[in-house]
Design a binder for this molecule. Structure first.
Ligand code: ADP
Length: 313
């Protein structure tokens, strides 16, 4: 923009749109900038305290909806919890507009309880518990129509009030698709703690990968370390003839090539298995009942890669 042209001149609006400071024109902007009006949020101390008993915090992200982020979140949690009964795993579902995890874990009719030590999550296994915004809705078909500040308050409440027990080894957070208020809030809150990272789930098509690149750029901008990218529905293994075929075109090399180009790890590919979809709808543990599926083996390998990377970072 030409510095000699006043910004209120007609024709300059489009170039300055979204760029002007929100404080511009406010008579109090100097007082605000001096910091005297800012008081530290007391909830942050509580948040730090709660988070200090959680060893690893993993955000599961995706550029688009429907790529299998919630499915992968549930599988990741189930594999970690089943492979070592000594480990405590918590799942936090902050996909505020589409909380599907209570259904995937088969606990959608449960209610959360408030005790003296906070909100108690719902236990799926002895060492696997879940907290979801879905539990707080009057009716599971209710639409959640909230603006940013309310979403921010809900996330803060989850991070400060959920009583995960004395020690939680993994907190796996299912987030909404894209980069919105929820992600900004999570990144802002988790930065007050340590040991947090993200995994990005995608399908192989270029339209999905385009959004993943944005997701990775977002993570970089907010200082969120990325453990790597998981490619879901990469192939389809026919349950009858066992022949593997590609469902989606991989014109640009799929997620593995994109990860290489973007300098992030590729954690592995998950084949499409129609039985997995059915198990998620019915709230049944796919891993336990379909051990012969190539999808189970692929997930186990990916979880191994994830736990190995967590020891490195
Ligand atoms: P997202 O959380 O990204 O919106 P979901 O995890 O809800 O996506 O998955 C969308 C749909 O695809 C669900 O019905 C789920 O059961 C199904 N699905 C996801 N991954 C697979 C897979 N590997 N094989 C079969 N069905 C899958």
């Amino acid at each position: 923009m030409d510095p000699n042209v006043p910004s209120h001149c007609p024709g300059t609006e489009s170039t300055s749109a979204g760029k002007a400071s929100a404080c511009q024109g406010c008579p109090n902007q100097n007082i605000c900038a001096s910091g005297v009006t800012q008081t530290p949020d007391p909830a942050l101390e509580v948040l730090k305290y709660r988070m200090s008993s959680i060893k690893n915090k993993i955000l599961v992200l995706s550029g688009k909806g429907g790529v299998g982020k919630s499915t992968f979140t549930s599988l990741l949690a189930r594999v970690i919890a089943s492979e070592n009964e000594q480990l405590n795993v918590g799942v936090l579902d902050v996909d505020i507009c589409g909380p599907s995890l209570p259904c995937v874990f088969g606990v959608q009719d449960e209610k959360v309880h408030q005790s003296g030590s906070g909100l108690s999550p719902v236990f799926v296994e002895e060492n696997l518990s879940i907290m979801s915004v879905g539990f707080l809705l009057e009716d599971k078909d209710d639409a959640v129509i909230w603006r940013g500040p309310k979403k921010n308050a809900m996330i803060k409440q989850f991070l400060t009030e959920v009583d995960w027990g004395d020690i939680l080894d993994y907190l796996i957070v299912d987030t909404p698709p894209g980069t919105s208020d929820e992600h900004l809030s999570l990144a802002q809150f988790l930065k007050c703690t340590d040991n947090f990272s993200a995994i990005v789930v995608t399908t192989p098509q270029e339209v999905s990968l385009l959004d993943v690149r944005k997701e990775l750029d977002f993570a970089k901008k907010v200082g969120l370390p990325v453990l790597g990218v998981v490619e879901n529905m990469s192939t389809f293994v026919c349950p009858k003839c066992k022949v593997t075929s590609e469902i989606f075109p991989k014109n640009t090399g799929g997620a593995a090539q994109m990860a290489l180009d973007m300098g992030v790890s590729f954690l592995g590919s998950v084949p499409f298995d129609p039985t997995l979809g059915r198990c998620c709808d019915e709230g049944v543990n796919f891993l336990q009942n379909h051990t012969e599926s190539p999808t189970v083996k692929a997930i186990q390998l990916i979880v191994e890669n994830i736990t190995r990377s967590l020891q490195i970072i």
